[in-house]
Each structure stands twice: as C-alpha cells, then as structure tokens.
Design a protein around this ligand. Structure first.
Ligand code: KG4
Ligand code: ZN
Length: 354
C-alpha cells in the first residue's frame, strides 16, 4: 500500500534548498522532499506490512526484493508531488540540493537498495550524497513537527530496533544517556502481541486492544536498574506476560494489554524524567514507532505537567519510518559539510553516535 502522508506543503518555485530523502532500512519504502530541513513538500510511504504479516514478522530478503521493486515509483511520486520539473532530457531533480539516504542501522539488504539507488541518482544529477543515521533521523522528525524546535533537549527514541535515551546538544551532536539492556521497546510490543495472538506489527494492535482494557487488574513488573544508570529493560516484563497468560487463562486479553502498556510506559519514562532532572533540561521529546503509543504519549504529557517540564510528541506519521526525517536531517548534514563519498557502505549495526 502506497500513501502520501504529512501536511500538504506549499510547492517549490520560490527560494529554498530542497533535499530528497530515501528510506529503506526495514519494511517501508519511503521517499520525501523537504525544503530547508523543515518544510515537508511530499512524503510517500509504501508499506510492506501486508506482505510480511503472514510470516509474523519482517523477512529480510523479501523486504529487499520489495524495496527494489517499488523504489523507482516511490521516488518518482515524491518528486512529482513536490512539484519538481522533468526536463526535456527526461531527468528530474535538477532543483535538488542533495540526495539523503538512510545508511544504517537496519537490514543490510534493505539498506543497500536505498543506498545504491541514491548513489546512482546523486551521481547522475551531480548532487551531493548525504548518508544519514536512522536513529538520529527519528530524533530529527521532531524538527519537522515543530519547526521552531532547537536543541538542547532530551529525546526518548523508541523504535522496533532501538530504545535510546539521547541528550541532543545540537542536531549534529547527540549523546547516548541510556539504552535497553535487552529487547527494544517495539520488539517487546511485537513479541507480547504474538503472545496475545495479535497480528504483526504488534504495537498498534496492542494499543488498540488496550483501549478497552483495565490496567489495574494485574500489575506487571517495571524495570528497576537503580539510579546509577538511565538504561532500561523489557525481558522481565515479557516473561511475566508469558507466565501470566499460561497460568491465568481466564484473564481478559484487553486487561493484559493495558497492564503491559502501562509497565512499558513506566519503564521508559522513569529514566527519561530522572535524566531531565539530573541534567537540568526542561524539554523531553519522543521519537520512533513506539512514540505513537497512546499510553506512552498520555503518561509522558501527564508526568511533564506534574513536574513542570515540557514534552513534545510528533504526530504518528512522523513517529514511524518515513523519508521526510531523513531528508530533514540530510539538510543539516549538508549545512555542516558532512557529505558522503559514493563508496559509502551500509551499516546494519550503526549506533546513534556513529
Ligand atoms: O520506528 P519504527 O517505524 O521502525 C523502526 O525503526 O524500528 O518502529 C516500528 C515499531 C514496531 O515494533 C511497532 O510495533 C511499533 O514501532 N509501534 C508501536 C505503535 N506503532 C508502531 N508500538 C506501540 N504502540 C503503537 N501505537
Ligand atoms: Zn525507524
């Protein structure tokens, strides 16, 4: 399914530097055009969710093949929707300032499709290539949602592959404060969804089911790793859900989903708010697929109101994978002169700071 998301931006024609973004790190093929790092002119996302659902998760080789099959059409649509002109020689994109692409972390075959395509396009157009870190791009998604946003702030980045608490000193200067010791938050959602016999991807399904549940019926464990770390953990929680479901078959699945979601929210937000306090930072922003979770958002806002801090949460289309965040951060890379070589590789295990 291919869809265009985001605000219907004004079209080019007036001044401004346009960046093409390409994202293929997991199971969404996405392309976007962003002006001056902040204004989304187009954002096209082709999701493979329906293809992977029958396998219960993403099959890497299937993902790569599908990226290869649809990337040309997705990029073409993003350029057209942004109003870029096709020249008489057939080329499109002469107005672009550069081509930004996710180079890691992610599935290596999937990353290579976007990276190879983007290298070809940058070379053909004679434009710079920007090789963007996917986790940093999730953090940057907030700059698209809130164009006035500037560092410093703390960002809780919670996706299917990562759970990182990040001190954002500048767009090009991020520090890791803490991370998960085991599963990423999204991974925990997907695994618990399977225990609850919900389809892939589990996060949105658990969220929907929990809406009609009562989180107070059972109490599940929260990660408690002590005050000396901002790390968190989900392995104990996951095991507790499995044990609960096998021993108490009469429990309503809605209640288990609600109790799980509430334990995840606490395990994520406790270290995040402690970090705000310790570092004397006023603002927490959320990022990544799990930031779309209604309970995580609700609790973050409620907790901030209690302790006089601010929380920003991007709209759901900017939480999950999208190329607009890649184009936006690519603009910052270009402004800082961080241009990639055409020999640049994909890095499946790339860390936040690499
Ligand atoms: O950031 P993302 O789109 O891709 C990665 O970079 O991993 O995150 C995907 C993850 C999946 O694990 C999915 O189940 C989870 O985000 N997710 C959610 C929700 N929407 C997506 N988890 C909880 N509640 C949601 N509403
Ligand atoms: Zn992601």
């Amino acid at each position: 399914m291919t869809r265009s998301t985001g605000p219907a931006g004004s079209r080019p024609g007036c001044a401004g530097r346009l960046m093409l973004g390409v994202e293929t790190s997991c199971d969404e093929t996405s392309a976007a055009v962003v002006r001056d790092g902040r204004e989304v002119l187009s954002n096209v996302v082709s999701s493979q969710v329906d293809i992977h659902r029958r396998f219960g998760g993403v099959v890497p080789e299937v993902a790569s093949r599908n990226h290869a099959a649809c990337i040309v059409q997705v990029v073409d649509q993003a350029l057209r929707e942004a109003g870029l002109h096709r020249r008489s020689d057939g080329t499109v994109g002469a107005e672009l300032a550069g081509v930004a692409v996710t180079c890691g972390p992610g599935l290596v075959g999937a990353l290579l499709v976007g990276l190879s395509f983007s290298k070809g396009m940058a070379y053909a157009l004679g434009k710079p290539l920007l090789a963007v870190n996917h986790i940093q791009a999730h953090v940057y998604a907030n700059a698209l949602a809130y164009p006035e946003l500037e560092p410093p702030f703390v960002c809780l980045t919670v996706s299917g592959g990562h759970t990182d608490l990040v001190m954002v000193d500048g767009w090009m200067s991020m520090r890791l404060l803490g991370k998960t010791r085991d599963d990423a938050a999204g991974e925990a959602f997907d695994k618990v969804a399977r225990l609850l016999e919900l389809p892939y991807p589990g996060g949105p399904e658990v969220d929907r089911l929990a809406a009609s549940g009562n989180a107070e019926v059972v109490r599940l464990p929260r990660a408690d790793l002590g005050d000396a770390t901002y790390d968190t953990s989900f392995s104990g929680l996951k095991t507790a859900v499995a044990r609960l479901l096998s021993r108490h078959s009469s429990l309503r699945r809605e209640d288990v989903a609600a109790a799980f979601q509430s334990a995840v929210a606490d395990s994520l937000l406790e270290p995040a708010f402690r970090a705000l306090n310790d570092l004397g930072v006023d603002l927490l922003v959320l990022a990544g697929g799990v930031a779309a979770n209604s309970e995580v958002r609700r609790r973050a806002l409620a907790r901030a109101a209690e302790c006089g801090r601010r929380v920003l949460v991007p709209p759901p289309w900017l939480c999950t994978d999208n190329a607009a965040m890649v184009a936006g951060l690519g603009f910052e890379y270009l402004s800082a002169g961080r241009v990639a070589d055409l020999s640049h590789n994909a890095f499946p295990s790339m860390e936040l700071t690499s």
